[in-house]
Design a protein around this ligand. Structure first.
Ligand SMILES: [Zn+2]
Length: 477
């Protein structure tokens, strides 16, 4: 007797895509059975989703909730983006069941303390399962290093590192390569993976100077600041550093340029364990979008680039340089998103958690002919593998958590902010999605069905993670 059987004919499993019945007991998948193996009376509930696409719940490995937005002027008001309740509810509506946020260490307290602060934000306040990357900002004193090792052992193996301050007005994020060297030694020894925001700080800050001198400080020029050469130099330097620490594994966050893809590809060809993440706005928008009304809505850091960079980001998905598609979610109102309009005060991040899976299905499967398996890898499975959640997450397989998303091709939808559950704008306004989720299941519980939300704020659980040795030793996906 099962609690729930979901019967589908396009079910994406690790063994292939086809007609399967997903049999669920409690929070886990008990069996993936041939159709009709079990009668309707052998389950508490049966949901027939034939004609629809059934994938493991989406995983967004890079989101920020309740994230600090700096004041526009000295002494001005600091604001916060929407919290886990809002972001995770939107995620469930969009077919995403796992989110990875950040616990932010910034020059005070212990790593354990910042994890505990983050727990106060998330515990009993979210609808998806979730984990935290540990984000380090600024100089990392020696006494913090063993704490990083302890955090890795405790289930927080991914450590976010900035190689740049990003803007002159937001100093204090950059970590020097000396300090990164010490952190990498800990990652290598303790089972961690570096999650890197890599830009060449000297080139970026030089370009701020140049554009300020020339009076070209509008945000539409951001691609000249956060440029492709900066990505080239910084990716290659950080990879070289990691190679010197016996191949410390790296996850390159929000790859935005062809140069970044090429650097990852070259390292992988040598067997170096490195994985690339891009964002769906880099895949779909270029710096030309900055010239549109409210063009800031398309922006995050590093900047949007050229169509040739987009081509490389798509190509990189086929050769393995790009493994996952994230959002860099920053859920804020349009007025907050567009409050800055200069190269050094424009708000980054993106409200995209809800449309991500449907938009990527449309771009990948319908427009580019990806298999359902490849699409599933990019929006779910690969992130689970790299971030140490597989096969609990990212797989429709016996023993896995029953996290299930059903995409309905009969639910073609023009994306509009009014029908989303995030905020009052979306960069995908008017986009024609070829599917939309009609069922989202989290650990056996139906969270959303046909647009009706059935979740409870206490449903989401914290995930402790451990990155597999194979992932850490060579580029296996
Ligand atoms: Zn981010």
């Amino acid at each position: 007797m099962f609690d729930l059987i979901i019967r589908g004919d396009q079910v994406v499993t690790p063994q292939g895509t086809g007609a399967w019945d997903i049999c669920i007991t409690g929070e886990t998948i008990a069996a993936i059975a041939a159709p009709g193996t079990f009668d309707d009376n052998q389950a508490g509930q049966v949901i027939d989703v034939t004609g629809k696409i059934v994938i493991p719940g989406g995983i967004d490995p890079h989101i920020h909730s309740k994230w600090h937005i700096p004041a526009m002027e000295e002494g001005g008001e600091v604001s916060w983006t929407d919290g886990p309740d809002v972001v995770s509810k939107a995620a469930i509506h969009g077919g995403t069941t796992t989110l990875l946020d950040f616990a932010n260490w910034q020059q005070s307290g212990t790593i354990e303390e910042v994890i505990n602060v983050r727990k106060q934000d998330w515990t009993d306040n979210c609808y998806t399962d979730y984990g935290y990357h540990i984000m380090l900002q600024g100089a990392v004193p020696p006494e913090i290093l063993p704490q990083i090792g302890e955090a890795i052992q405790d289930g927080y193996p991914s450590i976010k590192i900035f190689t740049t301050d990003i803007t002159p007005s937001r100093r204090g994020r950059k970590i020097t390569h000396g300090h990164i060297w010490e952190i990498f030694k800990v990652l290598k020894k303790e089972g961690g993976i570096g999650a890197i925001h890599a830009e060449d700080d000297e080139i970026v800050m030089h370009m701020y100077d140049v554009l300020q001198r020339e009076g070209r400080t509008g945000f539409e020029n951001l691609a000249e600041v956060h440029n492709t050469m900066s990505e080239d130099l910084s990716f290659r330097r950080i990879i070289r550093l990691a190679e010197h620490v016996d191949g410390t594994p790296l996850y390159m966050m929000h790859v935005s340029a062809a140069t970044g893809v090429a650097a990852i590809e070259a390292a992988r060809a040598k067997g170096f364990p490195i994985y690339g993440e891009t964002l769906h706005q880099y895949l779909m928008f270029t710096h030309e979008h900055y010239k549109r009304p409210n063009g800031q809505i398309y922006h995050t850091y590093p900047s949007l680039k050229e169509t040739s960079d987009q081509d490389a980001l798509w190509e990189g998905q086929l050769n393995g340089s790009i493994s996952s598609i994230a959002t860099d979610e920053i859920c804020c109102t349009l007025s907050t998103k567009v409050q800055g309009s200069k190269i050094d005060d424009t708000t980054g991040g993106n409200a995209g958690c809800e449309p991500r899976v449907s938009v990527m299905y449309t771009e990948m499967v319908k427009k580019r002919g990806y298999t359902l398996a490849k699409f599933t890898d990019l929006v779910s499975t690969n992130a689970a593998k790299i971030m140490g959640m597989y096969p609990k997450k990212g797989a429709l397989a016996p023993g896995s958590d029953a996290d299930i998303t059903v995409l309905d091709p009969a639910e073609k939808r023009v994306v509009t902010a009014a029908r989303l559950h995030e905020t009052d704008y979306t960069p995908w306004e008017g986009y024609e999605a070829e599917v939309w989720p009609t069922l989202t299941v989290l650990r056996g519980k139906v969270m959303m069905r046909n647009g009706e939300f059935l979740g409870d704020r206490k449903d989401g659980k914290l995930l402790k993670r451990k990155v597999d040795e194979a992932i850490r030793n060579r580029p296996v996906i």
